[in-house]
Design a protein around this ligand. Structure first.
Ligand SMILES: [Zn+2]
Length: 265
């Protein structure tokens, strides 16, 4: 009898532990737990970056950005105490996203020293996104009809040109006194370095537009870097609404310059 009970117990034990339903439930729980831990560890700004370029970026973990084509980029290079100049010349993605762009009218005027969200750019990110060289970028440019009827070239990657078209639609609804800031735009695509640096301008990627230079101010034109701006906020607000940051909110200001950077807005 004892033997029969023992055999029965053993049978019950094995049939229970081998129950596929129990095993699957256990496996699914582990999977959910690790997914939650994984999500929790992704820095907020990296999550924002992911959400802003859904066609190209796949996922992230606590220190890596994974592209859909298999490219992996490091978020934090681990180099501490970089000066602002060092961050401009040799940033990582963390440096690029560190300063918070203030949308709308409540930004600090003049901008505090070296406060210029968006001016620090991790170049490999833009080369990968928009094109590795002038020809590659140009193959992704489309013609967009500017407010004055002229044609400007803009990248169609990640919806940049569609966003510019939305901006234009709204700019055209502004009263006629705003026209003078918009006619004869300073330009969009040019594969070039930023003046006096070895860094590529965002114009190289076909994702920046300079409006009429006649009413704009640039820090390099000023002797003492005293902040000046003549561009009305009505224009800035429209650009920001559609994913563009404005160079007029930078310490090293560039008030003609608008750049498609949805991850900062
Ligand atoms: Zn510009």
């Amino acid at each position: 009898m004892n033997i029969v009970i023992s055999v029965l117990c053993l049978f019950l034990f094995f049939s229970c532990s081998n129950n596929p339903r129990t095993k699957n439930a256990e496996r699914n729980k582990n999977k959910t737990d690790s997914l939650n831990t994984f999500k929790k560890n992704i820095p907020d700004k990296l999550q924002k970056l992911l959400a802003s370029y859904p066609g190209h970026l796949d996922s992230a973990d606590e220190n890596h950005l994974y592209w859909k084509d298999g490219t992996v980029m490091i978020y934090d290079d681990g180099i501490k105490n970089k000066s602002h100049d060092k961050k401009l010349d040799n940033p990582d993605i963390e440096d690029m996203l560190a300063q918070n762009y203030v949308k709308g009218e409540k930004w600090e005027i003049p901008p505090p020293e070296n406060f210029e969200p968006g001016r620090i750019r991790y170049e490999p990110f833009f080369l990968k996104m928009y094109g590795n060289n002038s020809a590659e970028v140009q193959s992704r440019l489309v013609n967009v009809k500017w407010t004055d009827g002229s044609s400007v070239k803009f990248s169609n990657v990640n919806g940049a040109s569609d966003s510019l078209e939305k901006v234009i639609e709204e700019l055209k609804k502004l009263p006629p006194e705003f026209d003078k800031y918009l006619v004869n735009p300073g330009g969009t695509f040019v594969w070039r370095n930023i003046a006096e640096t070895s860094r590529l301008s965002n114009h190289s990627f076909g994702t920046a537009i300079d409006i009429n230079t006649k009413f704009t101010d640039y820090w390099q034109w000023s002797k003492n870097l005293k902040y000046v701006n003549r561009i009305p906020m009505e224009i800035v607000n429209i650009f920001e609404k559609h994913g563009f940051i404005w160079g007029g909110k930078w310490y090293h200001y560039d008030t003609m310059h608008f750049e498609y950077r949805p991850e900062l807005l």
